[in-house]
Design a protein around this ligand. Structure first.
Ligand code: WTA
Length: 635
């Protein structure tokens, strides 16, 4: 029996049992059977629990682009690898066959090399969802450069801090970006960021919007003429399985973003395996994930997972509401999409529109629907199932994280019976555990706790760039020898998992993880602000929205509140990005604190969510009086 492709439930249970009994044998067989290696590994797994160091396939050599591109050229050179659907539906869409993708990637790889990029150098990619983004990732991988993609909605200071954290030598960007009716000036955001980034030697610019751009002599250059002149043959750099493939930043509970480091071998094996099994991708299918490649979902399930399987992957530049609310369904019909993978926040926004938007399109090509990024509520699940899947396409509710690299809990389409709002069962090789607050595992079913993973899996992030101590502390210190996810979960009577949400200071707004600390730090930059605290409150489209409690300095108290609110959101936009703007800002005379001076966000969260009847014991606070006042001033 091949372990690579699970075909029915009985097989899933068999494979799962095997994977838990002997994870190394299990992953070794998959790695051996389905991938191209330049050299085999010396050991499958090394796990140093003391230092939280994990390696998979140590000693092996490979290049992930040989698995994602070259090996398909033998029989599938003319198969479509990539479909690019532009923001404006009247602009022609583009396709790349595997051969054409190979040419584009090799050329770009040669351009990077000609600009002095070598194996191990970090390259920051700040691009909209255009083909050059996918090509740039693969070009880096081709020559062993470590890509660090920054979502093109982040502000210049967020971009600068990410560039500096990993000392990127190059930035790849575009003149501008189309997003719905908007035209965003990306290059000027990069220019501002680069004022404080000494490590950057070169900035390559893709032409997209033909807007005016400023060029800094000797640093900035259009990429097109360089690509034209470049050779389409760039030998793949031979990489160790444990060499870094990329860095991707995620929010944490302190101000500084965490640069999660993913490595070549294990990441490839795991993303390819999960893509194949969760979506049950069949030859010839057209697969579309609506995420941005600026997030892990795009890395693993637009680029690497699909291409490693020789799939056709679609990338979409625009937004679900442009030019109207039927854009997703229009694209599904136009490209006869078979697997469609999106986020609950998009589903909720579209479910609010008239159902005509859906009904005027032929969605019969759809076979599998997916969701990711935050818990999906029952109503959204049913709307998706009834209106998009017509109750025929299974919904795979995939739970995972930037840190996990690939899907961890998910139904396998047509195999695992689904249950609304449940991510159901673990992927083979994944050993979830629910823990109580005293560090004990909660056994049995119909229980709830903090979700941990007991045993390493191949695509786990290996470290935080430049800060292994923080990695150890964040993920491996709460529970002995286990990876702590930061999420709460329940296990129902049959053993199905449902994620209940974050248990730390990360708030998920429209599927984007936002740490409270960087937003509070931004607000506190405003000269009139003394102190602030951010919490999430339930929102019917975004899942969570942000509620800010702000204490003003005396100098701010005479100011108009409306103006201050605007200015505060402005500072947040500058420091973090528009996605972190606050929906509500309440001015207070004080924030509830413990006797050691820690802000009690739990109380503030309850007030924001109108759950005043169970605030718990507030008598132990340093300043219990302020709670009354905050309740009175609630927005
Ligand atoms: C949440 C996204 C419920 C969770 C791939 C996790 C989910 C965080 C689901 C990671 C899901 C992701 N159901 N919650 N299916 N998928 N989450 O790093 O809180 O952007 O810890 O990775 O999103 O977000 P990240």
């Amino acid at each position: 029996m091949s372990n690579y492709h699970i075909k029915n439930l009985e097989e899933y249970f068999q494979v799962y049992r095997k994977s838990v009994r002997n994870p190394e044998v299990f992953w070794e067989e998959i790695a051996e059977e389905h991938f191209v290696w330049r050299k085999k590994w010396n050991s499958v797994l090394n796990w140093n629990k003391e230092d939280a160091r994990v390696t998979w396939f140590e000693g092996a050599q490979l290049n992930i682009t040989e698995n994602c591109i070259d090996r398909h050229l033998v029989v599938n050179a003319d198969k479509t690898a990539l479909i690019f659907e532009p923001n404006d539906p009247t602009e022609d869409y583009k396709t790349y066959t595997y051969k054409e993708l190979s040419v584009a990637v090799n050329k770009m790889a040669n351009v990077l090399k000609s600009k002095g990029i070598e194996k191990g150098d970090r390259v920051c990619i700040y691009l909209p969802m255009i083909p050059e983004l996918t090509i740039a990732l693969l070009a880096c991988a081709r020559i062993g450069a470590v890509h660090s993609v920054v979502f093109a909605g982040f502000s210049s200071s967020a971009l600068a801090s990410r560039i500096n954290d990993s000392a990127c030598k190059m930035v790849i960007t575009s003149d501008g970006a189309y997003r719905g009716a908007k035209d965003i000036d990306l290059k000027s955001i990069v220019d501002e960021a680069l004022i404080s980034c000494d490590s950057v030697e070169t900035c390559l610019v893709v032409e997209r919007t033909k807007g005016n751009v400023n060029f800094v002599e000797g640093r900035d250059e259009w990429i097109a003429p360089l690509l034209d002149a470049a050779s389409d043959d760039c030998p793949a750099e031979i990489m160790e399985a444990e060499d870094p493939l990329f860095i991707l930043y995620t929010s944490g509970s302190t101000g500084k973003p965490k640069g999660m480091v993913h490595t070549c071998g294990g990441y490839m094996v795991y993303t390819a395996y999960t893509f194949k099994n969760v979506f049950q991708y069949q030859k010839g299918d057209v697969y579309w994930c609506t995420a941005d490649i600026g997030w892990i979902t795009g890395h693993s399930y637009i680029v690497y997972g699909p291409l490693a399987n020789g799939a056709t992957t679609l990338m979409f530049e625009g937004v679900p509401s442009y030019p109207s609310y039927d854009r997703f369904w229009d694209v599904v019909e136009k490209h006869k999409v078979n697997q469609f993978y999106t986020a609950p926040t998009a589903i909720r926004a579209l479910a609010k529109q008239q159902v005509d938007y859906v009904e005027k399109h032929d969605l019969t090509s759809l076979k599998v629907l997916g969701t990711v990024g935050e818990p999906i509520n029952e109503e959204a699940w049913h709307w998706y199932n009834d209106n998009i899947g017509k109750r025929k396409s299974p919904i795979v509710d995939t739970w995972w994280q930037t840190e996990t690299g690939g899907m961890m809990l998910s139904p396998l389409a047509y195999i695992t019976p689904t249950k609304p709002t449940f991510a159901t069962l673990p992927i083979p090789g994944v050993q979830p555990a629910l823990m109580d607050e005293n560090g004990n595992e909660i056994s049995g079913n119909s229980v709830e706790g903090r979700l941990c993973i007991k045993h390493p899996w191949p695509s786990m992030a290996r470290t935080i760039w430049g800060n292994h101590e923080r990695y150890k502390e964040t993920y491996f210190s709460a529970y002995k020898d286990m990876y702590f996810t930061g999420d709460g979960a329940l296990r129902d009577e049959v053993g199905y998992f449902r994620i209940t949400g974050r248990v730390d200071d990360v708030i998920i707004v429209s599927g984007h993880n936002l740490g409270t600390a960087p937003i509070e730090d931004a607000i506190n930059e405003h000269p009139a602000v003394a102190e602030s605290a951010i919490v999430g409150f339930a929102h019917d489209v975004k899942g969570n929205a942000l509620y800010g409690y702000v204490t003003l300095k005396d100098s701010g108290k005479s100011r108009k509140e409306e103006n201050l609110r605007k200015e505060i959101n402005q500072v947040i936009t500058e420091h973090v990005g528009p996605i972190a703007k606050l929906d509500k800002i309440q001015f207070t005379n004080g924030l509830p604190k413990t006797r050691s001076g820690k802000i009690m966000r739990r109380i503030l969260r309850k007030i924001a969510n109108n759950e005043m009847d169970n605030l718990g014991d507030i008598s132990t606070l340093l300043n219990p009086d302020c709670v009354e006042e905050i309740i009175e001033g609630r927005l």
